[in-house]
Ligand binder design. Structure first.
Ligand code: SAH
Ligand code: MG
Length: 946
């Protein structure tokens, strides 16, 4: 569904953007795909030339029925889209005259447009409307060349936007278009005829005989087509059913639909906007309500209330279409397009209807795979784009608003700074106090004081069409990146709405009570209940239908919480491979879900998905799938059943076939799942740490280091195994007495990244008026930390964080000896994972019984290393042993500590740390190491440039 930006035709002179012009001509058949284009260019660093990512650029591909064009690259997505639209307009030679903005002018243009539509020239062109006119040429009498006004109103974007100029209410009341077209046609009484009973327009003088004859010859086929469609009866007592439209290519398809609706011909058939994907022609066809037909001639504009309260509002169809629909409705995918002169059609199944319906709720749109309806859930937290599968929360929210005919949501940012006042061992985050940051109208007034980093909070406003505030969501959490703030805030709103959509047990009152938990304030109870009303009525009806006809009421009434152990007769088959999912990992499963009735020995597959990947521990999937997958290893199969039918299941399967319905109605119907675990993507260690610790363990390690630096007044630091420089970079954010920092690593790749990160950090910092850290020199070396690099002797502090486990055990021991006998820093900090803590990380929610049965040792034995690159992971005892022996050998003192968890609570810290201290002074003599090395300088930065 396209944003309707061109609708904003104010009284000022409005010029249309290229996108708006494309929209006018193609409606939602225009699809824009924006892709990121990364520009890589070389930047020169002292001593090293490294590729630097340029700013992110965007390129847009615009797909139209008849051509597709690609824009150049732009900094903003918007510009790329506009540019693509511009190129397309040029290529298609679309006339870009702007619409006359005055209602008066629009009225005149409307008359001219209608006149043109009934011209001979138009009859021969490829416009969808001319397809309709051609199709009626075979009809007899007045019906020959006569087309329904409703057809004009929906298939010509130009007419529609002119009507919007006359009266913007057209947007919410599509029937108004018909009355505007009808009255404009009255001005053309010399050429065009309309009739009182029939909402049709035709020429008074027939089209020239020769043109008609040649057109007839061109399209003379005796072929009949069968198109599957569905009927949505206006009475909720009647169920939705499949109908088949049998259309001879010699007749007008709308007449066939009219017959299906109990009408004689197409004249009074109403047509909704396009509902399916942009490439389809899926619309609802229904009957014009009687009172409307009666009033049309006398009254120019009829209020929607009068119209619908008198007629019979079709609640299901109205909710589905997002517009008011009266009487029975036919959902079909059929029509003329610009692509070809042949009629376009696709089958519409009841299943498709339910799926489209599902797609309307937030829970339905968020899918790891579009097909995985029964398996996925809306996650509770947005971490990174990489962790998120499917549409982003913000996009889902925007889509939700569009579908519910609200204004686009408003996002506003409230930047604030955290000041880093180190007190005790933790970083204090102060939002107010000395470094007060004022924000005036969302603009941050920065203070000149030292501050750690800027954080963003995102506030969201949902507004009605008319701009009235409905809800305000102001989350308390701040994020470093604007995007994280906006996505998490959007997710909050969605999760709140989702509660309503997911479970019918929640009442509207209860929903309002929960608002506070989601940092949501409701401003207009009426509007929000109105938005949700469609959904609730709909659910209510389905509920009623299913209770009566399909599902035992007890299933529907049981609450999720009360179900307890839902998984039944679980069987896991196949050899145990040892590769198992754990918290944060990404298992990929193949599954099928079937309805089964044992007594009848039948089984009907309702959903199959070959590749469904989800993140464990974040609620990405329905709980029982996760529960089962956690017990499997790669290569195994699992079978289980659930004797409870979720609403999603009913949505996804209802009406699929008679067989299915009869299965659902049998008492012993259950849902069978078959799952095979195809692979498990290891959780990056960092992601796991991020998910479980706040602040993340890496940050806690940095702060532990900062603490040691501050206490010891160290001015020089070496980071052994600096990797991509995260510690060095982070240290630049803290006010310490450090003057000189060095990093050593054997990985070229890591060092290149470190150089890039540090280079950009240091250059932006100095551009911004100098670093407030006292660091004057940073240098990166390439080399193994098991060799002594003689440049690095006698530094105050050495750090070696999460490195030793990446080396073989003997190499780790060698490093210890080399570090304390040759590098000889005053302080050496070594951190490494505590293997015992893996029980917590990897078996975070084992079934209670099982935990009791297993003793700690067995549990620990089943744990894996946290990262495939780890050569070992030590228990607390092993680490203590190593560190104590080492310190004794080299006359250092050692203290043990850690981050994540606590020393006093089993199984200790997540990351264990040894701090070695030398309390004696080095003698002046320079030590000679047998195997002395000079490390290669990879990158260097000095604050005082010579
Ligand atoms: N200290 C960093 C990186 C940890 S990953 C951090 O905390 O983020 C482990 C790093 O150790 C890798 O970058 C790897 O290249 C490095 N490493 C492994 N063996 C090494 C050796 N013998 N000499 C130097 N670096 C080594
Ligand atoms: Mg590691």
């Amino acid at each position: 569904m396209e944003t309707r930006e061109h609708i904003v035709v104010s009284h000022k002179k409005a010029t249309l953007t290229p996108k708006a012009i494309i929209h006018q001509n193609f409606g939602n058949k225009a699809s824009y795909v924006v892709e990121e284009v990364k520009e890589v260019h070389q930047i020169e660093c002292p001593g090293l030339s490294i590729p630097q990512m340029g700013p992110c650029l965007y390129r847009c591909t615009l797909q139209l029925p008849e051509l597709s064009v690609i824009s150049g690259t732009f900094k903003k997505k918007k510009d790329a889209e506009q540019s693509a639209a511009e190129i397309a307009i040029e290529k298609l030679g679309i006339c870009t005259e702007t619409i006359d903005p005055t209602p008066q002018g629009a009225q005149e243009s409307l008359v001219a447009r209608i006149d043109f539509i009934f011209s001979e020239k138009f009859l021969l062109c490829d416009h969808p409307l001319s397809g309709h006119i051609r199709a009626t040429l075979r009809s007899k009498g007045d019906l020959c060349g006569s087309i329904p006004i409703s057809v004009l109103a929906v298939y010509d974007a130009k007419l529609l936007s002119l009507c919007k100029c006359i009266n913007p209410d057209v947007e919410t009341n599509p029937f108004l278009v018909i009355s505007y077209i009808k009255s404009a046609t009255a001005n053309l009484y010399q050429y065009l005829a309309t009739s009182e009973q029939h909402l049709c327009i035709r020429r008074l003088t027939p089209y020239p005989q020769d043109i008609v004859e040649s057109l007839m010859k061109e399209h003379d086929s005796l072929e009949c087509i069968q198109v599957a469609a569905i009927r949505i009866p206006s009475s909720v007592e009647q169920s939705i059913e499949q109908v088949t439209l049998r259309i001879s290519l010699r007749e007008y398809y709308l007449d066939v639909i009219a017959n299906e609706l109990g009408l004689e011909d197409a004249a009074n058939v109403m047509i909704s906007r396009n509902l399916g994907k942009a490439s389809s022609e899926t619309r609802l066809f229904f009957t014009a309500p009687k009172p409307y037909l009666l009033d049309l001639s006398s009254k120019f504009a009829i209020g929607k209330e009068t119209l619908y309260l008198m007629g019979s509002l079709n609640v299901r169809a109205s909710y589905f279409a997002g517009q008011d629909i009266a009487g029975d409705a036919i959902l079909a995918s059929i029509g003329y397009t610009r692509k070809s002169r042949d009629i376009f059609y696709e089958d519409v199944s009841v299943r498709l209807y339910y799926r489209m319906l599902l797609g309307k709720t937030p829970g339905g749109i968020y899918k790891l795979s579009r097909e995985a309806i029964l398996a996925s859930e809306l996650p509770s937290k947005f971490t990174t784009r990489a962790n998120w599968r499917g549409s982003l929360p913000r996009d889902i929210l925007c889509m939700f608003c569009r579908q519910h005919r609200l204004s686009e949501p408003l996002f506003s940012f409230h930047p604030f700074k955290t000041s880093s006042l180190l007190s005790g061992s933790c970083l204090k985050v102060a939002e107010s106090g000395d470094n007060v940051i004022e924000h005036i109208n969302g603009v941050c007034v920065t203070s000149s004081m030292h501050s750690d980093s800027e954080l963003f909070k995102c506030e969201i406003k949902l507004l009605s069409r008319c701009g009235d505030l409905i809800i305000l969501c102001s989350p308390k959490d701040g994020y470093k990146k604007q995007n994280d703030a906006i996505q998490n805030a959007s997710l909050k709103v969605l999760s709140w709405l989702n509660m309503w959509f997911k479970s019918r047990i929640v009442t509207f009152e209860r929903l309002c009570e929960t608002a506070d938990d989601f940092n949501i304030q409701i401003y207009s109870n009426n509007i929000i209940s109105e938005i949700l009303a469609g959904q609730s009525t709909h659910n209510g009806q389905l509920n009623a239908i299913q209770c009566n006809n399909i599902v035992e009421p007890t299933y529907m009434n049981s609450s999720f919480d009360m179900l307890g152990n839902m998984v039944q007769s679980l069987k896991i088959e196949g050899p145990y491979s040892g590769v198992c999912p754990c918290n944060g990992s990404l298992p990929c499963i193949r599954y099928s879900v079937s309805l089964a009735v044992e007594s009848q020995n039948v089984k009907e597959v309702i959903e199959v998905c070959d590749e469904f990947e989800f993140e464990v521990g974040v609620g990405a999937t329905v709980s029982y799938i996760e529960e089962v997958v956690m017990q499997m290893s790669v290569g195994q199969y699992a079978y289980f059943s659930i004797n409870f039918l979720s609403s999603d299941l009913i949505f996804a399967s209802a009406g699929e076939s008679v067989k299915m319905l009869s299965l659902l109605s049998s008492k012993d119907c259950c849902v069978e799942y078959e799952i095979s675990l195809i692979k498990v993507a290891e959780p990056p260690e960092e992601r796991m740490e991020q998910a479980l610790f706040s602040p993340p363990l890496s940050k806690q390690r940095v702060e532990f280091g900062v603490q040691q630096i501050l206490e010891s007044h160290a001015t020089t630091l070496i980071d052994f195994g600096c990797g991509s420089g995260s510690l060095l970079e982070a240290l630049l954010n803290y006010p310490t007495c450090l003057e000189k920092m060095a990093g050593v690593d054997i990985s070229q790749k890591g060092l290149t990244r470190a150089a890039k990160v540090l280079n950009s950090k240091l250059s932006t910092n100095s551009d911004a008026g100098g670093l407030w850290t006292g660091v004057q020199s940073v240098i990166l070396y390439e080399g193994s930390i098991t060799n002594f690099g003689s440049q690095l002797q006698g530094f105050d502090i050495g750090t070696c964080l999460e490195v030793i486990e990446h080396m073989e055990e003997d190499q780790a021991c060698l490093f210890g000896d080399v570090a304390l006998s040759f590098f000889r820093p005053r302080i050496l900090i070594v951190s490494t994972p505590n293997f015992e803590y893996n029980v917590v990380l990897q078996k975070s929610n084992p079934p209670a019984q099982e935990q009791e049965e297993l003793d700690d040792k067995t549990l620990l034995q089943s744990c894996k290393f946290r990262n495939h690159d780890h050569k070992f992971e030590w228990t607390r005892a092993q680490f203590r042993q190593w560190a104590s022996d080492l310190s004794t050998r080299h006359n250092y003192k050692v203290e043990f500590s850690g981050v994540g968890g606590s020393a006093d609570v089993e199984p200790g810290y997540a990351s264990q740390i040894a701090v070695f201290k030398r309390d004696w002074e080095l003698e002046d003599d320079v030590l000679k190491h047998a195997d002395e090395h000079h490390y290669n300088v990879i990158w260097e930065w000095n604050s005082r440039k010579e």
